[in-house]
Design a protein around this ligand. Structure first.
Ligand code: HSE
Length: 400
């Protein structure tokens, strides 16, 4: 029997407890031995909940118990999760976490400590909730050079954009309704401004390229400026608008960006609707693979934590290596990134537009007094220069 502990009995922690309890027979059958949750750490009491029997209020009880082989850190936030994780790893206990913030900030250090103490630090649930993506990057794609990762990594924004598209509503209206129904946070900034997706692509890019990508180095734009009119143009193009979190390797340069993109139906991410997340990985040998599922939610996220628990249980006393050095990966300024741009201008003079932007595909008749067009490929720097010279640009959305 493998003994485990859960740090934090919130949404994910209680989900981990439930997955291990409800799927006990399946897990025991597949693993060849039972996983028993010996302790759950939380400051609160949970009267009437069976968890009460294993509830403890002091992390030392867990850290000092030599029987505990695996710790699930589902507390969230940096402190005290960082200190508890470090102490657990230093005691030779593997840690499985859903804590994106901790992984993004301290991932390489915690992996190194795990290596030194012959245990593992696994974090499948920290990106994409229940979607297997960290393990494929670590194992199935270990032989590949990863050329690009493009993700819809935030369910709240994908839900809002899907509603705007389907119902022709304004961003503010959909956000307010989503908040009323509890689909969006009361303070939705981390989602709608793109910061949540940014942390997630920072983790995925670090794993893909082996060095630390700092989320502060990633240009991040949210979806707050997207309007119903933008969707009317996208519809005319036979396309949609998605918040993409992207990283690309071009020669010896790396680019990363979180921003809304015009996406056509030929892209498999076009079909990802509502709260679902998906990640498209392009590799130099096997080409594209895509990973799809629930990016958040109690049981989906908990299931990913428990997948890591099983991995650790199969490798007690060994380190499951993840290549992620503390050395920083230089992210090039996006000025040099090449793509097409969808531009709306408060002018309908096609000759003037072509004079400034070159050969463009025009979209007229959506709103009186303005028009939209898609440019040919150019660098971000070139686009900015042309837009500044042209003057009457209303908005720009990058085209995938
Ligand atoms: N708020 C996130 C989302 C889930 O909407 O996808 C947690 O990462």
């Amino acid at each position: 029997m493998i003994k485990a502990a859960i740090l934090g009995y919130g949404t994910v922690g209680s989900g981990v407890y439930e997955v291990i309890r409800k799927n006990r027979d399946i897990i025991t059958d597949r693993l060849g031995e039972e996983i028993q949750v010996k302790y759950v750490l939380d400051l609160r009491e949970f009267e009437g909940d069976p968890v009460q029997e294993v509830l403890v209020h002091d992390a030392d009880t867990i850290i000092n118990d030599a029987e505990i082989a695996i710790v699930c850190e589902t507390m969230g936030g940096e402190h005290p999760a960082y200190e508890f994780t470090k102490r657990a790893l230093e005691s030779g206990k593997s840690v499985c976490t859903s804590n994106k913030e901790l992984v993004e900030k301290h991932g390489p250090e915690l992996i190194k400590i795990a290596k030194e103490h012959k245990c593992s630090y696994l974090f499948e649930a920290s990106v994409g909730g229940g979607i297997p993506i960290i393990r494929p990057l670590r194992t199935s794609l270990a032989q590949e050079e990863i050329l690009s990762i493009t993700g819809i990594l935030n369910g709240t924004t994908n839900y809002i954009l899907t509603k705007m598209e389907n119902e022709g509503l304004a961003f503010e209206t959909v956000l307010a309704r989503a908040q009323e129904k509890g689909y969006a946070e009361k303070n939705p900034d981390a989602d709608i401004l793109g910061y949540d997706a940014c942390r997630k692509i920072a983790i995925l890019s670090s794993l893909a390229y082996g060095k630390k990508v700092n989320f502060e180095d990633i240009t991040t734009e949210g979806i707050t400026a997207i309007t119903a009119v933008d969707f009317a143009y996208a519809k005319k193009m036979g396309a949609t608008i998605k918040l993409f979190a992207k990283s690309v390797k071009k020669g010896d340069k790396y680019y990363a960006l979180v921003a809304p993109f015009i996406v056509g139906p030929e892209n498999p991410l076009y079909a990802v609707k509502g709260v679902f997340n998906a990640i498209l990985v392009n590799c130099n040998m096997g080409g594209e693979t895509m990973y799809y599922g629930k990016g958040a939610g109690k049981l989906a996220t908990a299931s990913a934590v428990v997948a890591d628990v099983l991995d650790c249980a199969r490798h007690v006393g060994k380190h499951l290596d993840i290549r992620w050095e503390e050395q920083k990966l230089e992210i090039s300024p996006i000025d040099g990134a090449v793509r097409k741009f969808f531009v709306r201008v408060s002018c309908t003079d096609e000759a003037k537009i072509r004079k400034h932007f070159g050969d463009v595909e025009m979209y007229t008749d959506i709103v009186a007094g303005e028009c939209g067009f898609v440019t040919e490929e150019m660098t971000e720097a070139e686009y900015r220069e042309k837009a500044a010279k042209f003057g009457s640009v209303l908005s720009m959305i990058r085209v995938d």
